[in-house]
Design a protein around this ligand. Structure first.
Ligand code: ACO
Length: 378
């Protein structure tokens, strides 16, 4: 096998959406640092930035915000399909199926040649994915889904549709930061999957379904729920060190939410999420999980194995605490990642449209020169 296992270091496109310098823990979206955006931008402004490489004027921002909210309604048939699924279906499988089904109801579903129409479809999908996530929480809990409101942002609408109550401003602000931080991240596995599908000339829904499928894996977006399961298994701050000795020092398991293909120093998103999850944990009186996460990260960071391999908490580590503190079921963590990353995926889909087919080579290591013996003579 060539020495680029996992395609590490292979450049596959020129992009203007995000830039990562993993050696110093730097991430920018179209020129703006992630720290600046997390502090000052709304998710909708970030969507505009990723599509236009500039921030929106007020009118453009208002227009995008209402366009997403107005298009967030999902067809009754999609709700019925979700109702028909077993209640214990993985939420990512529900989302993958529902997004695929949406293409049949999108008047522009099959088109992937016009960039403006593709953008409109991306905004529809952004609103609809928010609604699917909230609707599944309600359906899985035996409740009626709640329709989206036209006056709310993505973060506000999601929280509103899960409870039916006016969303709490602190929860909205925390969720907005989460959505900003996870919106885009270079040529990660799910984005690459979306681009491969787009490069075949396929449609936007297919590309986004491919992104969802790739994000589902525990080595990628599925790590946030695995991290939370790990914190719950540890159960108390005093159990952290014995748990680490038993499962990690022996090499039996990996710490989920630690390590990254690109960041060989701090993942800047992890630090911001750590701060926000701490504030949220304190304001809700649920500090225990945050304390366990910090203790485990500190234990790992003091260990030679983690030091030598430059393993630091990644975006999924403190996301788990933030989402759990927002009272979300663990199964919903990765769908929430999709709610944000739809922005990056669709910006990449539009960037890839009209580009050349992505078709790498494989290195054949099988036998040669054999002769086929018909079945009845074998
Ligand atoms: N815990 C313990 N050891 C680890 C961890 C971890 N979380 N992550 C990597 N390592 C070790 C590996 O065992 C390997 O050791 P070795 O050199 O002795 O063989 C070394 O560090 C390098 O690991 P690779 O798996 O080769 O690194 P790669 O770049 O392929 O993988 C990955 C990165 C998949 C993220 C990995 O760090 C991991 O499995 N982390 C846990 C899952 C996770 O958090 N995924 C989310 C990533 S962020 C995202 O996708 C949104």
């Amino acid at each position: 096998m060539a020495d680029n296992g996992g395609l590490e270091g292979v450049v596959v496109a020129d992009i203007d959406t995000s830039y990562i310098d993993g050696s110093i823990g730097k991430l920018i979206y179209s020129g703006y640092t992630i720290e600046d955006l997390a502090e000052n931008a709304s998710f909708e402004e970030v969507i505009f930035l990723l599509f236009n490489t500039r921030p929106p004027e007020r009118g453009e921002y208002e227009e995008l915000r209402s366009r997403i909210a107005e298009n967030a309604v999902i067809p009754a048939d999609v709700i019925e399909m979700m109702r028909s699924l077993p209640r214990d279906t993985a939420a990512m499988a529900v989302l993958r199926t529902a997004v695929s089904m949406l293409s049949a109801y999108d008047a522009d579903g099959e088109n992937l040649s016009d960039k403006e129409r593709a953008k409109a479809k991306a905004f529809r999908l952004t609103g609809q994915i928010t609604t699917i996530c909230a609707a599944w929480i309600r359906i899985a809990g035996g409740l009626e889904p709640i329709a989206p409101r036209r006056d709310l942002s993505v973060a506000e609408n999601f929280l509103y549709m899960t409870s039916g109550a006016d969303p709490d401003p602190t929860a909205c602000a925390a969720l907005n930061v989460y959505l900003v931080l996870l919106a885009e991240h270079g040529m990660n596995a799910s984005t690459f999957a979306s681009r491969v599908v787009t490069a075949t000339g396929s449609d936007m829904h297919s590309a986004i379904v491919a992104g969802i499928a790739a994000l589902k894996g525990p080595s990628h977006g599925g790590a946030n729920s695995e991290a939370m399961k790990m914190f719950l298994e540890i159960g108390a701050v005093d159990n952290v060190v014995p748990w680490f000795e038993k499962h990690i020092k022996t090499g039996e398991r990996r710490i989920m939410g630690i390590g990254h293909r690109v960041y060989k120093s701090n993942d800047p998103r992890a630090g911001i999420l750590k701060r926000h999850s701490k504030a949220l944990a304190e304001s809700s009186g649920k500090r225990k999980w945050y304390d366990i996460a910090v203790k485990l990260a500190d234990t790992a960071r003091a260990d030679d194995y983690f030091i030598k391999r430059n393993l630091y908490p990644n975006v999924d580590y403190y996301s788990a605490i933030l989402l759990y503190t927002l009272d979300l079921e663990i199964d919903m963590f990765t769908p929430l990642f999709v709610m944000s990353r739809i922005a990056g995926w669709s910006a990449h889909v539009i960037g890839q449209m009209g580009g050349r087919l992505i078709r790498p080579k494989a290195n054949y290591v099988g036998p040669q020169g054999l002769h086929w013996v018909p079945l009845d003579k074998r």
